[in-house]
Design a protein around this ligand. Structure first.
Ligand SMILES: CC(C)(COP(=O)(O)OP(=O)(O)OC[C@H]1O[C@@H](n2cnc3c(N)ncnc32)[C@H](O)[C@@H]1OP(=O)(O)O)[C@@H](O)C(=O)NCCC(=O)NCCS
Length: 174
């Protein structure tokens, strides 16, 4: 378990597949995220139940609000390479009524601190669609900087959007 000030990060239980499936089928939540092909609930349940436990290369945590113990989203450090100490970060809150209360910022800080201190990472990177202003804002706020712009790599509603690649080095977390 990883503690923030407002949330804790902890492994997911197989029974929580239903919440994940509901979030993946909410167009507002998925607005700026790759949603892939829709899968039946039974497949989502099986996938989570059979997911191997967390390991250095792939750490997936549920974001749970400390005040009411509600699971509201996910944060993940994936594709981590021991040779370079570099990892890729994903975050989202599926419970929309919890948006705008500082939970993602707190979860990101806690996860990045965990990555740098516990996993001894050197760098954490991410991709964000340039139009996803709230996400871009919180990444910048905690210290991520833009390192490049990938042109027209995200498609939504018949339009192409750019993505920023952003990076955070050890010692830069705010
Ligand atoms: C983006 C997301 C993670 C933010 O989570 P959250 O818990 O609402 O974020 P926080 O409350 O910690 O912070 C939101 C910040 O964004 C700011 N913000 C909100 N809307 C904004 C906008 N349109 N433009 C600029 N900033 C905005 C808020 O003012 C706040 O900043 P502040 O604390 O400095 O005032 C959440 O809305 C989400 O999961 N969205 C859907 C999935 C997603 O887009 N994930 C990111 C993929 S890269």
């Amino acid at each position: 378990m990883v503690l923030g000030e407002l949330v804790k990060l902890r492994p997911l239980e197989p029974s929580e597949a239903d919440a994940l499936w509901r979030w993946h089928n909410d167009p507002e939540v998925m607005r700026w995220m790759e949603d892939g092909y829709t899968e039946p609930l039974a497949v989502a349940r099986k996938r989570l139940a059979e997911r191997p436990g967390n390991s250095y290369g792939d750490v997936l945590y549920g974001i749970e609000v400390l005040a009411d113990a509600k699971l509201i989203g996910l944060v993940r450090l994936r594709d981590t390479e021991p040779e370079t100490g570099c990892s890729w970060l994903d975050v989202y809150l599926g419970e929309k009524e919890y948006w705008g209360r500082g939970y993602a910022t707190d979860a990101l800080r806690a996860m990045c601190r965990y990555g740098f201190e516990k996993m001894r990472l050197h760098k954490i990177s991410l991709h964000v669609v340039t139009e996803n202003h709230a996400a871009h804002h919180i990444y910048r706020k905690i210290g991520f900087v833009e390192e490049g712009r990938l042109r027209q790599v995200f498609r939504r509603d018949g339009r192409w959007f750019d993505q920023f690649t952003m990076g955070l080095l050890e010692g830069e977390l705010r």
